[in-house]
Design a protein around this ligand. Structure first.
Ligand SMILES: Cc1cc2nc3c(=O)[nH]c(=O)nc-3n(C[C@H](O)[C@H](O)[C@H](O)COP(=O)(O)OP(=O)(O)OC[C@H]3O[C@@H](n4cnc5c(N)ncnc54)[C@H](O)[C@@H]3O)c2cc1C
Length: 512
């Protein structure tokens, strides 16, 4: 066995050793490792690409003997069968957002998929299994027909993949027959997923991104309720992200400053002062929304009219298209010797990667922004865990209730002080919202790190005091979320005993 030990240090500042690093290439190798682990009494922590930034990175919930890194399993197994009429990719855990995007661009540019705002080299399966969220909706809904190595090393295929890969139903009908087992392997530790069917999305003839600038912070509750209604009625089909000022500014600052320094030769001090003018153009108010409208030309026109009619009194509605941004950039960039034009060009330069994200193109922009902020611009987005950046996610699921959410946001912001909360409220499903909330800190400072961790715990406790809970937990939160006395977690433990009797896989992860 190779002697390399996995590096599990990560942005949260809390980590457990993952043990010896193994990087299998095939499902059969994964089975052999799990069987051996059963014989030797080892525990195994599976990760796909291990870039679970802000949730514990590659760290296990409890110390394990083997870190099973699946990044070398990179096949798109049904590549020859993918088409617009058959928009499903059977992928392995090492298939990243960028790999699938590049492959589709080359072979089927009319197909897209649900992208997340994390690094281009993050795993689609890894993200979905932790119930990550993309710009088109929860990734959970995109994945079905799982191939799993259970805790005993046996192979289990869910849905109609159990009929064999040659069955015409194997990669097409998501539900199979009988109890749907797929859900057990999301936010669980019952098995290691070695491949899965992933839904692709035929591109619509017209796709435009929308920014929504809320005029008065006090109208946040009505803004949320109206956006919720637009989601329920499918006027806006993407997830609308409503970012608070801290978050919107943080997302744009790197692009703006880089433009001003590199394209206009401004000194860092001059760029910082001019950046404020650029921010005022794109993210003026307390809350700024980003979403997308897609469809035929007529559908998009009608939906935009509806959107303007329903939101116009609360927010400025801006429609972004690649053509408009490109034209605006060309004109403003040419006039960049004028301060105002420079600010406009910088704003557009920063907005462009976010705009493409809303339309289904992965980007490293959000991660690059953090590396830059913590003094390491240009570091690959796969190396964020190696920076001083500290980040803890505390992400509650929320009801579709604007007044409740607006009040809660204020409470959380007050409680977080002196830390500032970076927050988006995402109109995620037709019946619920999620808030993505991060605490940022400098991990090279132990006192600041400890204070941030205490604050994260306090924010979580506050959510629970309202009967709320996070929709996704960091590795270091598992003991707090799993209550062994609760019948729900007892049922989870019983399933664990059936599928992984020796508790080989990821002990303590979403389970006792
Ligand atoms: C600036 C920023 C923006 C972000 N944006 C988003 C976003 O838009 N949406 C989002 O969801 N997240 C986001 N993240 C969080 C995170 O980076 C992503 O969720 C990322 O995709 C997770 O890492 P990964 O894909 O490498 O998954 P991994 O780290 O490989 O997997 C996550 C966990 O799932 C389990 N797992 C993984 N693979 C397997 C397997 N094959 N079998 C069994 N269990 C497995 C393991 O417990 C693992 O720890 C963001 C983070 C930052 C810092």
């Amino acid at each position: 066995m190779p002697r390399t030990l996995a590096d599990t240090s990560n942005l949260t500042g809390r980590s457990r050793p993952g043990g010896r690093l193994l990087r299998p290439r095939t499902t059969a190798q994964v089975q052999r490792i799990v069987r051996l682990a059963n014989l030797r009494g080892w525990t195994v922590n599976p990760v796909s690409t291990g870039l679970n930034y802000g949730y514990g990175g590659a760290s296990p919930a409890r110390t394990t003997d083997i870190q099973l890194d699946l990044r070398r399993m990179t096949a798109i197994r049904n590549a020859a069968a993918i088409s617009r009429a058959n928009p499903v990719a059977v992928i392995e855990p090492g298939v990243t957002q960028q790999a699938l995007y590049a492959w589709l661009q080359q072979h089927h540019p009319d197909l897209a998929f649900n992208v997340t705002g994390s690094a281009r080299e993050t795993s689609i399966i890894g993200n979905a299994l932790d119930r990550g969220v993309g710009y088109f909706g929860p990734r959970r809904e995109d994945l079905f027909g799982l191939e799993i190595v259970t805790g005993t090393g046996e192979l289990l295929r869910t849905g109609f993949r159990r009929l064999g890969e040659e069955s015409p139903l194997a990669h097409s009908h998501p539900y199979g027959l009988g109890p749907i087992l797929d859900g057990l392997f999301f936010q669980g530790n019952f098995g290691i997923v070695t491949s899965a069917c992933f839904r692709l999305v035929p591109r619509r003839p017209v796709a435009v991104a929308i920014t929504l600038g809320l005029r008065a912070g006090a109208s946040l509750a009505s803004f949320i309720d109206r956006l919720a209604e637009l989601k329920r009625e499918a006027v806006m089909d993407s997830v609308t992200h409503i970012g608070n000022r801290a978050r919107s500014h943080a997302s744009l600052m790197y692009g703006i400053t880089t433009y001003l320094e590199q394209q206009c030769g401004r000194t860092p001090a001059a760029a910082a002062s001019e950046a404020r003018e650029a921010l005022a153009i794109v993210a003026q108010g307390e809350w700024t929304g980003l979403g997308a409208v897609t469809g035929t030309k007529a559908q998009v026109k009608a939906n935009l009219a509806e959107l303007r009619a329903r939101l116009g009194d609360l927010a400025t509605v801006r429609v972004l298209t690649e053509e408009r941004l490109a034209l605006g950039y060309r004109v403003m960039h040419a006039l960049r010797f004028l301060r105002k034009a420079r600010a406009n060009a910088a704003a557009i330069a920063a907005l462009r990667p976010l705009h493409v994200l809303a339309l289904g193109q992965p980007t490293d922009a959000a991660i690059d922004n953090l590396s830059w902020r913590y003094g390491q611009p240009g570091l690959p987005a796969t190396r964020l865990d190696a920076t001083r950046c500290g980040l803890l996610f505390i992400n509650p699921a929320l009801p579709m209730d604007g007044a409740l959410v607006a009040a809660l946001v204020r409470e959380l912001e007050d409680l977080a002080r002196p830390f500032e909360l970076y927050m988006t409220i995402n109109i995620e499903t037709a019946t619920s919202l999620v808030a993505v909330i991060n605490l940022l800190f400098d991990r090279s400072k132990p006192a600041e790190t400890a204070a941030a961790q205490r604050k994260a715990d306090a924010l979580h406790a506050h959510l629970r005091s309202h009967g709320l809970e996070v929709y996704r937990a960091r590795a270091d939160m598992m003991a707090a979320i799993v209550d062994p006395a609760d019948p729900y977690w007892q049922a989870v433990a019983a399933i664990k005993r059936a599928l992984d009797p020796n508790a080989v896989i990821a002990p303590g992860r979403y389970g006792v």
